[in-house]
Design a protein around this ligand. Structure first.
Ligand code: ZN
Length: 125
């Protein structure tokens, strides 16, 4: 039944008027959306922070002149690298997965070692 509703989403004041009304006034609507945008912002900021730290860690390890670099997984973990955050992943020809973190990429060579590369801009195709 569409007549169920009945309280402002923000302040819980009983609503009158249109059946699809969600807020008692524009002020409540504004506060509700501001809160929601703020929650979105904080969620995104937390993820961006992790990705940014991961990138910084990779950048600090890779010699600017080296095409590829082998690094121990433990070292990345010790520095705070979080493997469950990356900006992309793609299968490599050898059936492995190449993970991207911005302009860097890495793949597992073994359980303990990774190969780290600077990869340039990601393909948009
Ligand atoms: Zn209200």
């Amino acid at each position: 039944m569409l007549t169920e509703r009945k309280h402002c989403i923000w302040c819980d004041t009983p609503l009158k008027g249109r059946i699809d009304k969600k807020f008692c006034n524009d002020d409540c609507r504004g506060r509700y959306h501001n809160q929601r945008n703020s929650d979105d912002y904080h969620a995104m900021t937390a993820v961006n922070h992790v990705l940014s730290r991961n990138r910084r860690i990779l950048a600090s390890l890779l010699d600017p002149d080296a095409a590829a670099f082998t690094v121990h997984r433990e070292l990345l973990l010790f520095r705070g690298f979080q493997f469950n955050y990356f900006t992309g992943a793609a299968p490599a020809p050898d059936d492995q997965v190449v993970y991207r973190c911005y302009e860097f990429s890495y793949r597992h060579l073994s359980a303990d070692e990774l190969e780290l590369r600077r990869s340039g801009a990601p393909s948009t195709g």
